[in-house]
Design a protein around this ligand. Structure first.
Ligand SMILES: Cc1cc2nc3c(=O)[nH]c(=O)nc-3n(C[C@H](O)[C@H](O)[C@H](O)COP(=O)(O)OP(=O)(O)OC[C@H]3O[C@@H](n4cnc5c(N)ncnc54)[C@H](O)[C@@H]3O)c2cc1C
Length: 464
């Protein structure tokens, strides 16, 4: 039986960096992957979707070129095969580079196959039993599929299979109005599909403040995306949309009454579920919550002290940057005797529609619940010179401050360059600096960030 100091299961966004660092520290290490190296982000998540978002943005700019005095005389045509080939080239380059990194690291063995526990220290992969002193789980998650009546009977797509659809869907029906669903909604609309979004909650991206949801809905509806929220009594059946073999009919009710629509394709984007159902965790004694997420403490140790869980599977983050931060926490604590903790991390994420929504820390609703005295400043993107120059003035910027400590508690930037501009606020939050540091800093003109000092100069009581 092969014995290792450390065994990493899953090559998502924490596993590869951890395996390499452990091996470089002189620990005999193996990493196991059952599918493509690099996990969700590299192969079916962030990288391919953002490559598609970039193509969709080009289509949008070309379609709107006339408003800038630029005339494209021939009608625009999107070649999905070429769009996909570009996406494929970008994700393959990432996959190959991570694979080479793992293969070429001395002291690290890369094993292809599905890993399952035999006992707390033993794992089987492709018939081989591996024994390890420490085991790190970075097994991620996959699209979750709801038990909606009729859904199993239609050829629905997920975030993975939609990347392989060769022809542009004529009418894409998206089940789920949250992060993944909305990015696909806007990109396919910009490629030329008709797009309808069905959301069961009363509004899109329901965990955000209501004004954020409605601003995002306005942006998408302006581009012709049909949005149905508060959907009940949803059921699907096969349809024959323009002879499409993936055609479907959806019947449902909203506040507007009973509705029915026919689509050529259906994308299911209602959330993710952890890959813990086929790991035989019970043989190792590792505990999960009711939804299958592995329970961890603030240092990402499970209830079995030599087993750690990193990335989406621990339910403490659902992003590439949180998975990578999990790697840093575990590696620094084990190898550098650091005392890093997950609870030190500030929540930060973005929705990569165009313009993007960037969020850090508390929402206004969350801030209200803290019972602290909260100050808020808000500015429409119409006031931002850079946005006006580009004729892209949708959205707003909002920042929340604790009146007593002057610390920034959260921010929401919805607008062009929001995904970049927000980081100057995030760094100040991390430093626990007063908002006055931002107020007194001179930013470069003409940028979106230039207005952040002006924004915090206008703080008022939250519910004034
Ligand atoms: C469409 C989409 C878009 C996204 N966009 C963004 C974005 O813009 N920004 C962002 O920060 N995040 C984004 N995410 C989320 C991001 O992809 C994940 O948070 C990120 O990949 C971290 O995942 P992870 O490291 O936990 O594991 P994953 O990346 O999911 O990797 C887990 C790996 O473990 C392997 N595995 C599972 N079980 C076993 C087993 N038993 N044996 C061997 N191997 C196993 C899997 O095959 C997989 O390769 C997106 C996700 C999706 C689906």
């Amino acid at each position: 039986m092969a014995h290792y100091d450390c065994l990493v299961i899953g090559s998502g966004q924490a596993g590869p960096a951890l395996a390499v660092r452990l091996a470089k520290s002189g620990l005999k290490t193996a990493i196991v992957e059952r599918y493509r190296i690099g996990g969700t982000c590299v192969n079916v998540g962030c990288i391919p979707t953002k490559a598609l978002v970039a193509s969709a943005r080009v289509a949008h700019v070309v379609q709107n070129a006339r408003a800038f005095g630029v005339h494209v005389d021939a009608p625009m045509r999107v070649d999905m095969a070429e769009v996909q080939a570009r996406m494929d080239q970008i994700r393959s380059a990432s996959n190959e580079s991570v694979t080479r990194w793992l293969e070429e690291t001395p002291g690290l063995r890369l094993i292809h196959g599905h890993a399952r526990f035999e006992s707390p220290h033993e794992v089987t992969v492709a018939g081989e039993v591996l024994e390890a002193d420490r085991i790190f789980l970075n097994v991620g998650g996959r699209a979750s599929v709801p038990e909606t009546p009729g859904l199993a009977g239609i050829d629905y797509l997920t975030n993975s299979s939609i990347l392989e659809v060769k022809a542009l869907p004529e009418h894409l029906v998206i089940l789920g109005g949250s992060y993944i669903g909305l990015e696909f909604a806007q990109m396919f609309r910009r490629f030329g599909s008709k797009v309808s979004v069905l959301e069961l909650a009363p509004r899109l991206i329901a965990r955000e403040d209501a004004d954020v949801s409605s601003a995002v809905a306005d942006i998408l509806e302006k581009e012709g995306i049909e949005i149905h929220t508060g959907v009940t009594k949803l059921q699907f059946e096969r349809g024959s949309y323009a002879g499409s073999p993936t055609g479907l009919r959806a019947r449902f009710e909203t506040a507007k009454g009973p509705l029915e629509l026919e689509g050529s394709h259906c994308l299911v984007a209602v959330g993710r579920r952890p890959n813990t159902d086929d790991l035989a965790l019970e043989r190792a004694g590792v505990l999960t919550d009711a939804r299958g997420y592995i329970l961890v403490d603030d240092t990402l140790a499970t209830n079995v002290p030599h087993i750690f869980a990193l990335g989406d599977v621990n339910g403490r983050g659902a992003f590439t940057h949180t998975a990578y931060n999990d790697y840093e926490i575990v590696a620094d604590n084990l190898l550098d005797q650091a005392t890093r903790r997950v609870s030190d991390r500030i929540s930060a994420y973005a929705l990569f529609i165009d313009p993007p929504l960037a969020r850090i820390g508390l929402s206004a609703e969350g801030a209200r619940k803290t019972g602290r005295t909260i100050l808020r400043a808000r500015m429409a993107m119409e006031r931002v010179g850079r946005a006006r120059e580009r004729s892209e003035t949708d959205g707003f910027m909002e920042i929340l401050v604790d009146a007593a400590t002057e610390e920034i508690l959260g921010a929401t930037l919805l607008g062009i360059e929001a995904d970049e501009a927000i980081h100057s606020i995030l760094d100040l939050m991390s430093a626990r600096a007063s908002f006055r540091v931002l107020q007194h800093t001179v930013h470069i003109h003409p940028t979106v960030s230039e207005l952040l000092p002006t924004l915090v100069g206008d703080l008022k009581p939250l519910d004034a």
